[in-house]
Write a protein that binds this ligand. Structure first.
Ligand SMILES: [Zn+2]
Length: 310
């Protein structure tokens, strides 16, 4: 068991140390050796990284070389009084750390954990929580990012859920002369909610794919669908399948929309449905072949839905 005192002491050269904060090193690890810790560039005291406080002028003001380690500074005989408050504060930190010196201990490394506790075990999640800036959770993220999802489908779904796609109603804000109509059905104003899935073309694709699974919960309204796919479903297989086909349908409809905008021949609804069906089978087979028992009954469920048996 590591003693409390050990976490602030590095004993090579009997030098006291030192809390290495997150700011510079970007890891929540305490100091290992004072003789290896940069006085200027490591955050070895409560003041943080000294170079960030003083700038390069500090080398002269404190009379400490750029390459000095904490250990070397502790061993130096130097002028102690300055005109500037901050410089005196740094001197106090040096004195304070010197006073904490405990001889004879071995250096150890401790990882900062929750509630500022320290331990010798490294936990990725705890370190990650400390080095990142937490932002509010995205609304509907459970329907976008989930285990076994296909990244390119998730990415496009994320953009659509943020309404960041170049649909007609958004493009006209950048260029008033742009053609804003839906390339799938000629509706004069193409919007996110129209494409997914009010449009007569995309609606047929979504109906064919999702109605057998969603049954009475089936909807063409974007927000209704997003709410549904984010719900915690007791049937995990159904939940996974609906999320996956939802994303795949978005990807396919957007691809068809782009193809038509660039003058390609329109694909019939049946072609998109067939492609989504094939992708779903491949996905479920891949998960099963990977030796995972998750969604073991997925293929059976999917085949049944395609035959309208459930
Ligand atoms: Zn349309």
């Amino acid at each position: 068991m590591v003693k409390e005192s050990q976490k602030i002491v590095a004993v090579d050269q009997d030098i006291p140390v030192i809390d290495m904060s997150l700011e510079r090193s970007r890891v929540s690890m305490q100091i290992v050796k004072a003789c290896e810790t940069s006085f200027w560039f490591d955050s070895w005291s409560s003041l943080g990284c000294i170079i960030e406080k003083l700038g390069e002028r500090g080398y002269i003001d404190l009379g400490i070389p750029k390459t000095a380690t904490v250990g070397e500074v502790m061993a130096m005989q130097r002028r102690r009084h300055h005109r500037t408050g901050l410089l005196n504060q740094i001197e106090e930190e040096i004195t304070k750390q010197r006073m904490c010196n405990i001889a004879g201990e071995r250096d150890i490394a401790l990882w900062k954990g929750e509630k500022d506790s320290y331990r010798n075990k490294f936990v990725t999640s705890e370190t990650w929580r400390q080095i990142r800036n937490a932002k509010p959770e995205m609304e509907g993220y459970k329907g976008v990012w989930f285990s076994h999802s296909t990244p390119k489908y998730s990415f496009i779904t994320w953009l659509v859920s943020k309404n960041r796609m170049a649909t007609g109603d958004r493009m006209v804000l950048w260029n008033q002369h742009v053609n804003t109509s839906c390339s799938l059905c000629d509706e004069p104003m193409e919007t996110r909610d129209h494409l997914f899935f009010v449009c007569t073309y995309s609606r047929k694709v979504w109906e064919d794919i999702a109605k057998p699974i969603l049954q009475h919960r089936f909807s063409l309204d974007w927000k209704d669908i997003l709410n549904y796919v984010c719900e915690r479903d007791s049937d995990k297989t159904r939940n996974f399948i609906i999320k996956h086909v939802f994303q795949n349908t978005i990807h396919s409809v957007w691809g068809e929309r782009n193809a038509r905008r660039h003058g390609e021949q329109p694909s019939p609804v049946g072609k998109l449905v067939k492609m989504i069906d094939k992708n779903m089978r491949n996905k479920l087979s891949t998960i099963r072949c990977g030796g995972r028992l998750t969604y073991e009954d997925g293929l059976q469920f999917w085949f049944a839905s395609r035959q309208n048996l459930i």
